[in-house]
Write a protein that binds this ligand. Sequence first.
Ligand code: AMP
Length: 411
Amino acid sequence: MTFHDFHFNQKLQDGLDAMGYEKPTPIQQEAIPQILAKRDLVACAQTGTGKTAAYLLPILHNIIHSDHRHLNTLVIAPTRELVQQIDQQVEGLAYFTGVSSIPIYGGGDGAVWDQQKKALEAGVDLMIATPGRLIAQLASGVIDLKYVQHLVLDEADRMLDMGFYDDILRIIKYLPSTRQTLLFSATMPPRIRALANKILRDPAEINIAISKPADGIVQEAYLVNDDQKEKLITHLLKGSAFSSALIFASTKEKVKHLGRLLPKLGLPSKAIHSDLEQNEREEILREFKNKQLNLLIGTDVLSRGIDVEGIELVLNYDVPPDPEDYIHRIGRTARAASTGHAITFVNQLDQRRFGQIEKLIGTAISKTDLPYGFHPSFAYNPDGKMKPEKPHHHHKAGNKKRFFRKRPGSN
Ligand code: AMP
């Protein structure tokens, strides 16, 4: 099957051609006909499955064929990074169509809002917004949602995790009750089901099985206690020839700490977190995308949706709290069928959660011995019962293949 089988408006097909999309992904194959048929939809699918285009394409097709006078579609997404990435996909896909969109997210200064206000007054078809910012601006009365025909909730589970449940319900009160509602979520906990029951009408349901990590990702773990993690990260990264690597930590505090520490240890890097101004975050992401910045540190919020090509390494400084976040994190590497590496530091307390990750992905991840010169740590025991520490032998340095080619001249 190709996109031609959907018989999209030719200008939209031109956008697809320009973006180089030929074959619809599974979620696109299943969702597009339902959305074109005007059904409500609950779709369980993650970033990386092509879910964004799955809802954008039929909506854009619909907008082209409707009269252009009102704000037609509202997409709500959890973070400004995701809002921006959705907006970029609209720009690409809608390039030849004359359909316009506007991203609405917090953190900008007054000038940004003035600009957005002008755009709104000129008339836009599609708005992509974070819930908090949208709520704040709805009060101003400039945004009129009365004529919205399509509402999309993207990464609904993440929005609920971030505490946006009430904001979402408040936003929905501004929308007409006769509308099409599409809910996308990586997971389907009962809270999401309850939300769906509340705001959708007889939805079609699509479930794209959890995406296993791509085959091209080499995964390994180090059993290492916290007091040796800094030494280990320096050992692994220093002098390695990578142009793009991501380090994940599970809290903002740890991310900030690493952002201060790693440059001092000789690893040029930057941390991205919610305490930075929006323009600072954008600048860091830009530097990372164009490879001026080779090492970026962030939390799981960054793992959702960051779409940067050519990331060679993902290093988990700790085990993510939610096993599915592991898949999100390491999925930032080896995108588009290239190859990548994922390394996870597992301390004694995190073993049990790491075991759950191994269950979820259905394979044991190989444990690499600590290099020569490190204190031996502990024997892997994911079932939880702590055994007394048992020293185990490690190989001599150089026995294990190093991950990266060394830079010429380094040792
Ligand atoms: P998403 O899951 O929406 O974040 O999409 C993941 C990536 O796949 C994005 O970089 C999209 O541009 C890309 N993509 C989406 N659909 C297709 C397709 N049918 N063919 C090729 N690339 C696609």
